[in-house]
Design a protein around this ligand. Structure first.
Ligand SMILES: Cc1cc2nc3c(=O)[nH]c(=O)nc-3n(C[C@H](O)[C@H](O)[C@H](O)COP(=O)(O)O)c2cc1C
Length: 235
């Protein structure tokens, strides 16, 4: 399975989130290409709010950073995002990264390829907050049109991987193997979940009825999505 990983921080060996991600990758990669990006190094800037992406995403002032990440994501079967909980939410650099993809939300110009991909979102907290952190990421996955999204949130009761109890690590590892098996089993002919399909039809209605942004309407028309074509069907 081709995988793109976006790590939410630059921490590696000491990071619980990174170590859990490595366990998933080991179970899922099958020797295929793994492309990795680390935030904030791979995308160090905040969105400037210039709105250029909403007419042409290549005009984003950060396109040089974003382009290799977008290309890797489009070429992958599985997207993995990691995010330790920082004050109950994703770290700022993860939010800044996601902000750059506002144009790709389903209300605007979703990428056709996303409707046949899976995503895995991994978060760890010392004691609480993985639910709201994973939701920060999951909102984007759903609105990007990612077909199936899985979440893995765990409390480590520690500040880093070395301080996590052995018993707890073992339990995590068992859970990783279980979820990795599900992801692998569902990796053939991936179709969008009900929520993503529902969002697609709501946005399609809005494009047809309100035509807020001509660039978006043209985009939807160009794929035939305002007629009979659907992004999850090959014809
Ligand atoms: C700035 C900051 C904010 C944090 N906020 C929370 C929090 O809201 N809830 C919590 O349980 N842990 C919080 N933590 C602890 C981390 O989420 C926890 O240690 C996590 O496992 C770290 O992941 P990492 O080892 O991958 O960096 C915070 C840590 C930092 C550095």
């Amino acid at each position: 399975m081709k995988i793109t990983v976006i790590y939410g921080t630059l921490r590696k060996t000491k990071s619980s989130t990174y170590n859990i991600a490595q366990q998933f990758i080991k179970c899922l990669s099958d020797g295929d290409v793994i492309t990795e990006f680390f935030l904030p190094k791979s995308m160090p800037n905040f969105c400037r709010g210039c709105w250029k992406c909403f007419t042409d995403y290549t005009k984003c002032p950060d396109h040089e950073y974003l382009n290799p990440i977008v290309e890797a994501m489009l070429d992958s079967d599985l997207l993995i995002f990691t995010a330790p909980v920082y004050v109950y939410h994703v770290p700022g650099q993860v939010k800044a990264f996601l902000d750059h993809f506002g144009y790709q939300w389903m209300a605007h110009q979703p990428r056709k390829e996303m409707f046949s991909k899976q995503a895995l979102l991994i978060s760890t907290a010392a004691g609480a907050g993985t639910k709201s952190t994973l939701k920060d990421l999951k909102d984007s996955m759903n609105f990007w049109g990612v077909a199936q999204t899985y979440t893995f949130g765990r409390n480590t009761h520690g500040a880093d991987w070395d301080s996590v109890e052995g018993k707890r690590k073992l339990k995590f590892e068992k859970d990783v193997v279980k979820l990795a098996r599900i992801i692998k089993d569902k990796s053939v002919n991936v179709k969008p979940c009900l929520k993503v399909k529902f969002l697609f039809y709501v946005m399609r209605f809005m494009q047809k009825k309100f035509k807020f942004n001509q660039a978006d309407v043209k985009y939807w028309e160009s794929f035939g999505w305002l007629d009979k074509k659907r992004p999850w069907k090959s014809k």
